[in-house]
Design a protein around this ligand. Structure first.
Ligand SMILES: Nc1ccn([C@@H]2O[C@H](COP(=O)(O)OP(=O)(O)OP(=O)(O)O)[C@@H](O)[C@H]2O)c(=O)n1
Ligand SMILES: C[C@](O)(CO)[C@H](O)COP(=O)(O)O
Length: 231
């Protein structure tokens, strides 16, 4: 049976999934690679659709894979699939343009964060609903951080107490995200960066270790272990 998203939900989730996955090594586009027998994108969308606030999901797929991705996600959840762009920012902009009237909260989530729990989607959305224009899930930095020069000589030790590692989903009041993308210049790696450039405050909420981004082969192996051991 096809899952139905809640028509009373007030949240649209954009899922940029058009990246190549160069750091993962040769193979299919990253969102289509298998984790415990299913594409990363299927894992990600299933978890997003399980969050009760979600009204709409828009996926930005690799341009050559749009039809395949539609077919793949049809049994998982109702989704709109659009072609992504050459940079993540362009993929997000394409997905944002496809959000129908209705949801006033927009979350942007990486397909590569395939194990992100539904409660993180809810907590980011709740913080936007509470009045924050822009919300990001973060984790403290656990390693000692050094600043180095071009020859890898250490220049100093950075105070990590003020540093945070940033995850997705990142949540925005819809009008704030639309304005930030409209004024976007050079491509940035995340949407909060665009909003920061507009001088708008970005608020942090606690992230989740399960929202790890599958970037390198080790991350995929770790995610596989987490899934198969039920961690
Ligand atoms: N042109 C792009 C590039 C990235 N993404 C998406 O943005 C998310 C975060 O990007 P990242 O994990 O860096 O993925 P890739 O760009 O695929 O990785 P790499 O840099 O290793 O190629 C991913 O879900 C990816 O599919 C996208 O939709 N369109
Ligand atoms: C959006 C993001 O996931 C936040 O951590 C990240 O910036 C994606 O891009 P990156 O190139 O892997 O940093």
């Amino acid at each position: 049976m096809t899952a139905q998203l809640d028509p009373r939900g007030d949240v649209a989730v954009l899922v940029p999934a058009a990246g190549a996955g160069v750091r993962l090594g040769p193979g299919a586009p990253k969102a289509l690679r298998l984790l415990a027998g299913e594409p990363l994108l299927v894992h990600a969308v299933r978890r997003i659709a399980a969050a009760p606030s979600v009204h709409t999901i828009v996926v930005a797929a690799p341009a050559t894979e749009v039809e395949a991705v539609r077919a793949m996600l049809a049994p998982v959840a109702p989704v709109t699939v659009v072609p992504g762009g050459a940079e993540r920012q362009a993929s997000v902009a394409a997905a944002l343009a496809a959000v129908p009237a209705g949801p006033e909260i927009v979350l942007v989530h990486d397909a590569a964060r395939a194990l992100t729990p539904p409660h993180l989607v809810e907590s980011v959305a709740a913080a936007v609903r509470d009045g924050h224009d822009a919300v990001i899930p973060v984790l403290p930095v656990v390693d000692t951080i050094k600043e180095v020069d071009a020859t890898e000589r250490v220049l100093g030790t950075v105070d990590r107490s003020a540093l945070r590692s940033v995850q997705t989903p990142q949540g925005f009041r819809r009008s704030v995200l639309v304005a930030a993308h409209r004024s976007a210049g050079d491509a940035l790696t995340d949407d909060a960066g665009l909003v920061e450039k507009q001088g708008i405050a970005v608020t942090c909420v606690p992230g989740s270790e399960l929202a790890l981004k599958i970037t390198r082969p080790f991350d995929l192996a770790l995610a596989e272990h987490l899934l198969t051991t039920g961690a």
